[in-house]
Design a protein. Sequence first.
Length: 173
Amino acid sequence: MKKDALKKYKTKRDFTKTSEPNGTVKKTKPKKEPMFVIQRHDARNLHYDLRLEDGGVLKSWALPKGPPKTTKERHLAIETEDHPIAYGSFEGTIPKGEYGAGTVEIWDSGTFENIKYHDDKLVPFSTCMKEGTIEVHLDGKRLKGNYALIRFKGELKQWIMIKMKKKRAIKEA
Ligand code: MN
């Protein structure tokens, strides 16, 4: 994990007021499968937060409409700051006046598999983040299937999330 990976997360929050994880990193044994979580966040605007574990943090996106249910939907996903791994099990109320004030509930969680291949070689997840093309198989309780996140060209934080028809093959957005 990069040294300052959670700097943004920490500066946005007052941990004397919110019960959210404070971003202290505990050394844990590396697991085989990285985790994913989708939290229902009833804040000023109800949205869902998708988080995918990579490099010791949870890469995060806010989904104003939640994850797509069919392969025809293209749902906006706004990249947000990296969250600590411990956030993956956080549920609770963020007090009024604090960043993200409202309630957080786990809507789905499980593990995911990176399924982004290029010329039959698996593309490392960190490269997918950098290139703005992510393909994952989500193995959750509600969501089981292949999803892609594709960053809009020329945008830093705006992505779309789509449900993929089949494994691997996907057209560029
Ligand atoms: Mn949120």
